[in-house]
Design a protein around this ligand. Structure first.
Ligand code: C2E
Ligand code: CA
Ligand code: CA
Length: 756
């Protein structure tokens, strides 16, 4: 049974005074009051002598340690103390009598406290009435006992000093424990956060981790600037994520939703570009090059110094995480949106249409392509700026004419993809919407639109096929004079014919190895000039003597499964050649082979690859299989198994065309790859605006942070090569160094290159 402080009666004061000598030299720091009402220290008094309880209570009345009052808990036996310790938390110091139920009840209690209850931080002061009962020194060490006193030794001053020492030691131990826990949380949270893909997820998880780190529920907000890609009109911070009393403000502009104090903290934080701690709150700065991000947390109590440091540590790893997420979002934006009109681009359009086709049962839907009649004339006559403004204005007018139920996208320079319910995709309302001229840069431009249209019910295919058919219809419309529209009919699909004949032709080419060859394009280290290897690229000259580009016949070969044979044939040719180059002494040369995802599906692909490698006798580590992002669409279990099997053979794996789509990024992050090839579109951008150059640089940087070998593809000029070197990318491929060449030509090129 425990007695509370208030239950102590004043009647016992006289006795208490006898038990403790009064001293008037109380350390002032200890008794100095503190304005803030702080958590009391909890102290457990265990003694079978009522008097000791009273006297202790009296001696400690009104005492504060480091500004915190005391809360005394009382137990009159060891067993009572154990029962109490099982339910009461945060007891900092226990003052225990040694002799209670048994002569060593106090010592046993200490053992229970340390070993059974696992209370390692709690400080223990043993008190005994009988001086002869001093425990052995090793007992004091073993049980981590802080102090041992006979009751008569404990004057009031001594009692308070002993208690103070114990309380401070307890606080230190708790802090160390908190720091350790905190570091673990920071490490784990940073890891978790690094895997996130969107700023939204990022901010949500960030708040969870922060609450965990500080061990309390919080009122907090994460404020972000709109990403550079989306922010055109809307400057300033908005609340991306919130906790506690701010939850309802999610999505609002910070300027409008938050109070003056919060806003001031944010301003100080962004100005200082670092964490700011002030009474009542702290703010963490996570900004990256392209936008600001600030987390503001309300504080009821000031942070402890250790928490302070943990917050700073967490903030710096969050900043790295945020930069990563921001980059991914920007890449996504560039991969899926047209930066000029902010409409979805072709890739996104196709994905959206496919998604709708897939989820919809039957449908009266319709897809159209609209383009601007003689747009190039406007561009040429009035300049690109004017052309750009016109495109933006046209996109807005289309949006209004078609209504919100229709998907609108910019699929090429001056053409727009339109998809929606049959009655909404209406050429007549589009025509009407364009009756009035556009006013652009002081010019009044009369514009007409042309449309090619296809009913979804008219053809069975996916979005790409619908687009192709709409395009056929558009071509028809172009033939008619001026602005017009034309609807697709099956008659238009003459290209089905072309495809069938190409298929026959390709089949024959494969069967008789007629017109097929492999060309080799050098891969160089532009810093040292060393030729590191080649990429094998398939070439086909058809029966009519025309070169058919791989991008035309490879998709066909994929759809018909012919790619399996074709791909293995390329591998055989290429490894045979490589072996010959190795024999000639060019042992450093490696080879990159393009592998279609279709090939991975084939069960005997890996065994066949192994046989070819063994037969040609080439070190597998010098072979790299390149996959494009399309590999991400494969069944993940099968994919992992096949890639794992290839890796076991010792073959390197590479990601091709990196940066062209979302999946490549996911793929790269998810899979261990040996090589990343940055898509030529980024290299091309190097010569453009500073912003595009910066984007190229961030793609290089992202690739480099995840993969040891990064190759820039499609390098056509010395200027591009220089810029890439400056970005830290040394491995390059492109016309600037060498075009794809027939094997013999490559031999000659190698000789020339060596001399040069
Ligand atoms: P890829 O794997 O990205 O190959 C690089 C393409 O860029 C090649 O086009 C190459 O000729 C071209 N190229 C290289 N340097 C430059 C440059 O500086 N400027 C420009 N503008 N282009 C450059 P190619 O040979 O037409 O091949 C196109 C695609 O066809 C390849 O893209 C690859 O995806 C596929 N492909 C080619 N051969 C094979 C093959 O044997 N199997 C499979 N599955 N796909 C293949
Ligand atoms: Ca490639
Ligand atoms: Ca490529």
């Amino acid at each position: 049974m425990s007695l509370s402080v208030d239950q102590q009666s004043a009647g016992n004061v006289a006795q208490a005074e006898e038990a403790f000598l009064f001293a008037d030299d109380l350390p002032t720091a200890l008794s100095a009051g503190n304005e803030r009402a702080l958590r009391p220290w909890r102290v457990l008094i265990t003694d079978d002598d009522e008097e000791v309880h009273r006297a202790t209570t009296y001696a400690l009345r009104g005492v504060e340690v480091d500004g915190r009052p005391l809360e005394l808990l009382h137990a009159s036996s060891a067993s009572e103390a154990v029962a109490l310790l099982q339910v009461e938390k945060d007891i900092a110091v226990g003052m225990l009598d040694v002799v209670m139920e048994t002569p060593d009840a106090g010592l046993r209690l200490v053992e229970t406290i340390r070993n059974e209850l696992g209370l390692r931080s709690m400080r223990i002061v043993l008190r005994t009435g009988q001086p002869g009962y001093a425990p052995e020194l090793d007992v004091i060490r073993r049980y981590d006992i802080n102090d041992y006193r006979t009751k008569s030794e404990l004057t009031q001053t001594r009692l308070i000093t002993t208690l103070t020492a114990g309380l401070r030691a307890y606080e230190q131990l708790e802090l160390v424990r908190a720091a350790n826990r905190g570091m673990e949380t920071v490490a784990r949270a940073s890891n978790e956060i690094f895997r996130l893909r969107s700023t939204q997820e990022f901010s949500r998880v960030l708040l969870q981790c922060l609450a965990e780190l500080l061990g309390r529920d919080m009122d907090a907000v994460v404020c972000l600037e709109k990403s550079s890609a989306e922010a055109q009109r809307d400057h300033g911070l908005y609340i991306e994520s919130a906790a506690g009393r701010y939850v309802a403000m999610q999505g609002c502009a910070a300027e409008k939703a938050l109070d003056v104090e919060m806003l001031r903290a944010i301003r100080r934080c962004t100005a200082a570009r670092s964490c700011v701690f002030e009474p009542g709150r702290f703010a963490m700065w996570l900004g990256c090059g392209s936008r600001d991000a600030v987390v503001v947390v309300d504080l009821e109590q000031p942070l402890h110094e250790i928490e302070h440091r943990l917050v700073e540590m967490f903030a710096s790893s969050l900043a790295v995480g945020f930069e990563n997420v921001d980059l991914i979002e920007r890449l996504d934006f560039f991969a899926f949106f047209d930066p000029l009109t902010h409409l979805p681009n072709r890739t996104r359009f196709i994905a959206d249409v496919d998604q709708d086709l897939f989820s919809r049962q039957g449908g009266t839907r319709c897809l159209a392509i609209a383009d601007i009649v003689r747009f190039s004339e406007v561009n040429d006559a009035l300049g690109h700026r004017c052309g750009d403004s016109l495109l933006v204005a046209v996109s807005k007018r289309l949006r209004v004419a078609l209504g919100t139920g229709v998907t609108l996208s910019r699929i090429a320079a001056d053409s727009f993809g339109i998809y929606g319910p049959e009655n909404a995709v209406d050429p007549e309302s589009v025509r009407k919407a364009f009756e009035l001229p556009f006013f652009v840069h002081g010019h009044a431009l009369a514009i007409q639109m042309r449309m090619g249209l296809v009913q979804v019910s008219q053809c069975k295919g996916n979005a790409v096929e619908l687009l192709r058919n709409a395009n056929l219809a558009l071509t028809q419309a172009r033939r008619a004079d001026g602005g017009s529209f034309c609807e697709f009919s099956v008659m238009m699909s003459e290209d089905v014919q072309t495809r069938v004949s190409m298929l026959h032709n390709l089949r024959a080419a494969i069967d008789f190895k007629r017109g097929l060859s492999v060309h080799y394009q050098p891969l160089v280290n532009a810093a040292s000039g060393e030729v590191l290897g080649v990429e094998a690229l398939l070439r086909w000259r058809n029966d009519f003597g025309e070169m058919v580009p791989p991008l035309r016949f490879i998709p066909l070969a994929e759809r018909t499964g012919m790619i399996n044979e074709l791909g293995l044939w390329v591998l055989e040719q290429a490894l045979d050649r490589l072996a010959a180059w190795h024999r000639q002494g060019h042992r450093q040369l490696g080879i990159a082979i393009n592998i279609s995802p279709v090939q991975l599906r084939s069960e005997d692909f890996v065994p066949k690859v192994r046989r070819i490698i063994e037969y040609c006798d080439v070190p597998p580590a010098q072979i790299c299989f390149e996959f494009t992002e399309a590999v991400g669409l494969e069944d993940p279990v099968l994919l992992a198994a096949r890639l794992g099997a290839l890796r076991e053979l010792g073959i390197r794996l590479g990601i091709d065309d990196f940066g062209t789509g979302h999946s490549s990024l996911r793929q790269l992050i998810g899979l261990a790859t040996d090589v990343v090839k940055i898509d030529p579109t980024y290299i091309e951008q190097i010569a453009h605006s500073a912003e595009e150059r910066a984007l190229a640089a961030s793609v290089v940087e992202l690739a480099r942070s995840r993969c040891p070998r990064v190759v820039a593809e499609g390098v056509e000029t010395a200027e591009q090569a220089q810029a890439l070197l400056a970005m830290g990318c040394e491995l390059m491929q492109g016309f600037h160094f060498g075009r794809p060449m027939a094997a013999d030509q490559f031999d000659a090129w190698l000789r020339g290159n060596r001399q040069g």
